[in-house]
Design a binder for this molecule. Structure first.
Ligand SMILES: [Zn+2]
Length: 413
């Protein structure tokens, strides 16, 4: 395996970056890279988020007048960085998203309703738009939030597929219940979920997906993507992990020692972008941890798949001697139908220890569910965080912020 050649597209990507990006001219001490094998590829240094953020402009490979789009990362961790896209990069993005949609069974003639941001330098909204056009399908761009507006459009325009953050689908269900709309009597047959996992580690549905399915019989598709890779891992109808688009990304899933993990094991996702012109990335460490499934999928495709993101390397909370990943906190609150909105704040106290505060709606404060939540925290987290109770509309505005791309369920202060 170690002497097996690396795909030609990867070799091309490395040559291109080393030739055109000031960062990579310095970053690779050894060259040329002809005769790259798996072993010599693995000897190439990683690119980290810090590299990209501290030397952002040095990743640019084309003159400024060739840049067609400036997109920024969501800033989930650290300072947002700019990814520069050329016209060909936009074509690549359109191809990626069209093929992602095809994995879900979408086709020409489908009508998509976009419930995420398309402006604010957001890549995903743009990618969805370009992909829908490439697919010869239609799109209604409502944008994030405003359940009333979303339902008006669903009932009026009859979209078949929604693109949404899954926690917002819970809000849509609540609104429908309050306003006499039967969610199962609409044109919607599927939702492409962005921003949050809907699967457990074993690929079964997580509490959020189960909660949606308790009321709404639509097919939910999980996706994993990032601005840096300009590509998405999307589930097919077998729902056995998100498929890699091998034409656009070279994937490594690595353990802490930098060795590739085997089928079914978990590791950090490290990507090399293929066919990019503006901002290529070589061996970029995403910080995201997931399981890889390299055996063929039951759908017949042989591309590797990844499971849900199990955690981010920089989102580990050390709380009163326990280590907690945010998804274990989400699960406590997502599983309770009484709670439609919450937010977690992680801060450091004066000793430098992490503190966790949960913001909840004030109607929860004296309800019986509060005792159950405290018991859940003791059982599942082994600690009880602080609670703060807020007015519903205010809390909702703090979670579903208009300028944010995802519900802001957690902040690290
Ligand atoms: Zn498949």
């Amino acid at each position: 395996m170690e002497n097996s050649p690396i795909p030609e597209q990867v070799v091309n990507a490395i040559h291109y970056a080393a030739k055109h990006a000031p960062f990579y001219q310095k970053h690779f001490s050894t060259r040329p890279f002809e005769e790259l094998t798996t072993k010599s590829f693995r000897a190439l240094p990683f690119t980290t988020k810090e590299d990209l953020s501290q030397n952002n402009r040095d990743f640019l490979c084309v003159p400024s007048d060739q840049i067609a789009e400036y997109v920024t990362t969501s800033g989930t961790s650290g300072k947002p960085v700019t990814i520069y896209l050329t016209k060909n990069d936009l074509r690549r993005l359109a191809k990626n998203e069209k093929e992602s949609f095809e994995l879900t069974g979408a086709k020409a003639g489908d009508l998509f309703q976009l419930m995420t941001t398309i402006d604010k330098q957001f890549m995903a909204g743009l990618a969805y738009y370009l992909g829908v056009q490439e697919l010869n399908a239609g799109m209604i761009r409502i944008g994030p939030g405003v359940p009333a507006l979303q339902w008006n459009s669903i009932l009026e325009n009859k979209p078949t597929i929604l693109i949404a953050v899954p926690s917002f689908l819970v809000n849509l269900i609540d609104y429908a219940k309050q306003n006499g709309i039967d969610v199962n009597q609409t044109s919607v047959r599927a939702a492409i979920c962005i921003g949050e996992p809907i699967r457990e580690e074993d690929l079964s549905e997580n509490v959020l997906a189960r909660r949606i399915h308790a009321d709404w019989n639509i097919e939910l598709f999980s996706t994993y993507a990032s601005t840096e890779m300009g590509a998405a891992f999307t589930e097919c109808t077998a729902h056995q992990g998100g498929h890699l688009n091998e034409d656009l990304i070279y994937l490594e899933v690595l353990d802490d020692d930098g060795n590739a993990v085997s089928h079914g094991e978990k590791g950090e996702i490290v990507i090399t972008t293929l066919e990019t012109e503006g901002t290529p990335l070589i061996r970029y460490k995403t910080g995201d941890v997931a399981r890889i499934y390299s055996e063929p999928c039951s759908c017949g495709r042989t591309s590797p798949r990844i499971g849900p993101i199990l955690g981010r390397k920089n989102q580990m909370i050390k709380f009163k001697g326990t280590t907690i990943f945010p998804p274990s906190i989400y699960e406590i609150f997502d599983s309770r139908s009484e709670i439609s909105c919450y937010k977690i704040e992680v801060a450091k106290d004066y000793l430098g220890h992490d503190t966790i505060t949960i913001l909840l709606e004030n109607r929860i404060e004296h309800s019986p569910v509060m005792n159950q939540i405290i018991e859940d925290c003791k059982a599942k987290l082994r600690v009880v965080p602080h609670f703060v109770f807020l007015e519903t509309d205010y809390l909702r505005s703090q979670v579903f912020k208009n300028h944010m791309r995802k519900p802001e369920k957690i902040v690290f202060k």
